[in-house]
Ligand binder design. Structure first.
Ligand code: NI
Length: 157
């Protein structure tokens, strides 16, 4: 396992479409392992493969309830209306904004072995799922932000 460099906002790769994973092999497992290690080292709650420079549809998330690995994830249901809350991104360090996200989502994906899985998330997990899956289509949170937080607001977080 290895810590990988996190691509920062402004790098064009963050705007590109990630490709579907077709081989559930050692290379994918190494990528997922490295992504998790990189996310934890950076104290993040989610990371998409594009953020380590790999245009593949893979994300890792841990909102404090254990590691979730998702390959080729798709949001299949949104429920409960939208919730406005603070959001940031490891590719935009030190910046936060208020972003509307669905209260609940259902995501269909594959695990690292190619087995279909369904993940349901509320609140922070729903937010992380939407945020990371957006990265796979070249979207960042600032595309959806209602307003960015001021320095004073960030100090109070
Ligand atoms: Ni992000």
């Amino acid at each position: 396992m290895a810590i990988r460099n996190i691509v920062k906002e402004g790098d064009e790769i963050l705007r590109k479409q990630s490709r579907e994973v077709t081989a559930f092999d050692r290379k994918l497992w190494d990528l997922l392992d490295d992504m998790a290690q990189t996310m934890y080292k950076a104290n993040g709650v989610g990371l998409a493969a594009v953020q380590v420079g790999v245009l593949r549809q893979a994300v890792v998330i841990d909102v404090g309830k254990g590691l979730i690995e998702l390959v080729n994830p798709v949001v299949t249901k949104k429920k409960g209306g939208e919730v406005m809350d603070v959001e940031g991104c490891l590719s935009s360090p030190g910046e936060y904004g208020m972003v509307p996200r669905p209260k609940k989502v259902e995501v269909k994906a594959f695990n690292r072995y190619g087995k279909p899985i369904t993940v349901k998330g509320d609140d922070l997990l729903a937010r992380a799922l939407c945020h990371e899956i957006d990265h796979l289509s070249g979207r960042i949170f600032k595309d959806l932000v209602y307003r960015m937080l001021t320095k004073e607001e960030i100090e109070k977080l």
